[in-house]
Every structure is written in C-alpha cells, then in structure tokens.
Write a protein that binds this ligand. Structure first.
Ligand SMILES: C[S@@+](CC[C@H](N)C(=O)[O-])C[C@H]1O[C@@H](n2cnc3c(N)ncnc32)[C@H](O)[C@@H]1O
Length: 314
C-alpha cells in the first residue's frame, strides 16, 4: 500500500504543503469514490498499489490524472462548445483554455516515453536503424513537443523538426527542449500540416493529431511528398475499433467526449472541416492514407490508449 498513515499527525498534510483539514476532506472524497481505502480503527488512509500507476505515478503509461486537466478546460470552454453545437462552426485549437494544452501534453507524454522508442518505432520497417545512423524526422502537430523530445533524446545523430500551427505551443516546445537539453538536434517551427517547407524526411509522425485537422487527407498528402522515396509515416491515433458498437468501454468514452468538445470543433475550424473524430478506427484511417497516395498501410501496434499505423510511400 502507498501513502499509508494516520492523518492526525499532520505529517501527510505537511508533506504535501496543504492545510490538514482540506487534505482530510479531500481524502474522504477519494475514499467515497473508491480510489483510497480508509481504516476507521487506525485512522489510516491507504492508496492501493494497483491504483498507483493510474493515479500517482507520472511516468506510468496509464497515468490518467492529466485527463482531469483536459476535462477542466472543457468546463472553462462550455459556452463556446454549446455555441458551436448550435451553429455548426468550429473552435480552433488556440481558442481553448490553456489548461487543455498542458493537460494534453501531460496525458500523452507517459505513453510516448513508455512506447515510442521500444515499441512503435521498432515496429516500423527499418526505421530505428536509420535513426541510429542519422535521419531526418518531422513530428507534425507536435504540440508541446513531448514525442519529438523523446525521439531526439534517443537518437542524437538524427535531426528533428516539430511543426504545429499553434504558436504558443511551439514556444513551450522550445522551452521543453531546452529543459531536456536536447535543443541542439530539434527545431520547433510554427507551421500548419500543409505548409512546412522542409523535405527529404526519412520519417514523418502524426501523434494524436491527424483527426484534429480539417483536411487529414491533404496533411497526409503533404507528408507523402515531403518523405524520401523509402520514407515511412507513423500515425498514432486514439485506440478505437471501426464501429461505435465495438467502442463501448471507458477509454472510448473518454475519447468520444474529448473528440466532441475539442477534436471535432478543431477540425471544423479549418479548411475542408472533415471532422474525422478521435475514434475513426483503423479502417477509416487506412482509407485516409490510401487517398493521400500511400501504398502500404498496416497496423503495427496497439496499446490500451493508442493504435499505431505505418504507411510507406511505396
Ligand atoms: C491533441 S494535440 C496533440 C499534440 C502532440 N502531438 C502530442 O501528442 O502531445 C493536437 C495538436 O495538433 C495541432 N494541429 C491541429 N491542426 C493542425 C494543423 N492543421 N496543422 C498543424 N498542427 C495542427 C494542434 O495545434 C495541437 O497542438
């Protein structure tokens, strides 16, 4: 058990630099919700071990606390979301409350740290060898650069470009790269998925962002023309099956909610406004990539939160 101890000593509250009465009331809320156990005889509060990865370990790939930051941002934006439900218009990424940007970063980063190098890149045809030797990589819709930084730290000989249309996210990404001491082989640039000028990439990544775009086919087509002939596209999307009746589970419930309030409005705020949704599923994603001109598309990995597709130019 983690965090066991009677609260009456005040130690737990002092450690967390919180007022003891607030802490106790908050803990009681966690007990009532089933997240924390309470032993009335000893006065001990206990976080069960199997709750730690989800609630308390920031490095765990299933750490879900930042999802509440995302949810909080949606309440801040409630009026805007209600308005577009009625008007059918969109909400651009930069029109959301800033809690969305840090919330998404913190929610996705543990999954990138755990899976991106040892699982996802490994599952692509010959890509890790190229990256180890020195390759050119673009991370489209990179946000705060969580995935770009994971790759840049692992492959110091390669050159990484992070592109995102949201200027404030790019500023934060540059700051994150400096903090991670890997700014030397990363360039973060404000650019939309169809407007960057760099080419000759060995690998182009779309991490949890293709469905946010108004024109995912156009974005994938641009990527195809920016890749070398033997280049690879890595598409990481929220875990989903092809049909809504196969997406009846807590993870899809979370993703459909975010998709309704963030991803669909973001797509509708842009040209084309396809509104693919965060639960499109592998078949629809494959169709998008095929329409963009990719010949070989396959699902290469799955985790509880993501599906991962590879697409090759030839
Ligand atoms: C859900 S966030 C994911 C960010 C990042 N890939 C990650 O995994 O942390 C979606 C990102 O896509 C970006 N985006 C949306 N439409 C875009 C477009 N057309 N071109 C470039 N970036 C876009 C947004 O600004 C946002 O940073």
């Amino acid at each position: 058990m983690a965090g066991a101890g009677p609260l009456s000593s005040g130690a737990l509250a002092a450690r967390a630099q919180t007022d003891e009465r607030y802490t106790r009331e908050w803990l009681n809320n966690q007990v009532a919700g089933g997240y924390v156990n309470y032993d009335a005889q000893s006065g001990y509060y206990q976080l069960p071990d199997h709750h730690v990865p989800v609630l308390a370990d920031e490095d765990s790939p299933v750490f879900l606390v930042p999802a509440l930051e995302v949810a909080a941002s949606l309440w801040m934006d409630e009026d805007k979301i209600m308005a577009v439900f009625r008007s059918g218009e969109g909400i651009a990424w930069d029109e959301h409350h800033h809690r969305l940007f840090c919330g998404s970063e913190a929610l996705f980063r543990p999954g990138y740290r755990a899976n991106l190098i040892p699982q996802w890149l490994q599952s692509l045809d010959g890509v890790t060898d190229k990256l180890a030797r020195g390759a050119r990589v673009a991370d489209i819709g990179c946000g705060h650069g969580a995935s770009t930084i994971v790759m840049a730290k692992a492959f110091a000989r390669s050159r990484f470009f992070g592109f995102d249309s949201h200027g404030d996210s790019i500023l934060t990404a540059r700051e994150r790269a400096r903090e991670a001491q890997c700014a030397a082989n990363i360039e973060f640039v404000v650019a939309a998925a169809d407007s960057y000028s760099e080419t000759d990439f060995d690998l182009i990544c779309f991490m949890d962002c293709l469905h946010d775009m108004g024109d995912p086919v156009g974005a994938a087509r641009t990527a195809r023309s920016a890749l070398k002939a033997d280049g690879s596209l890595l598409l990481v999307e929220p875990a989903a099956r092809d049909c809504v009746s196969d997406n009846i589970n807590p993870v899809s419930r979370m993703y459909y909610a975010a998709s309704t309030a963030v991803c669909t409005p973001c797509s509708k705020s842009q040209q084309v406004g396809l509104a693919l949704g965060a639960q499109a599923g592998p078949r629809r994603l494959g169709e998008i990539l095929a329409e963009a001109g990719f010949e070989n598309v396959r699902t290469v990995a799955e985790t509880p939160f993501n599906i991962v597709l590879e697409a090759k130019v030839h």
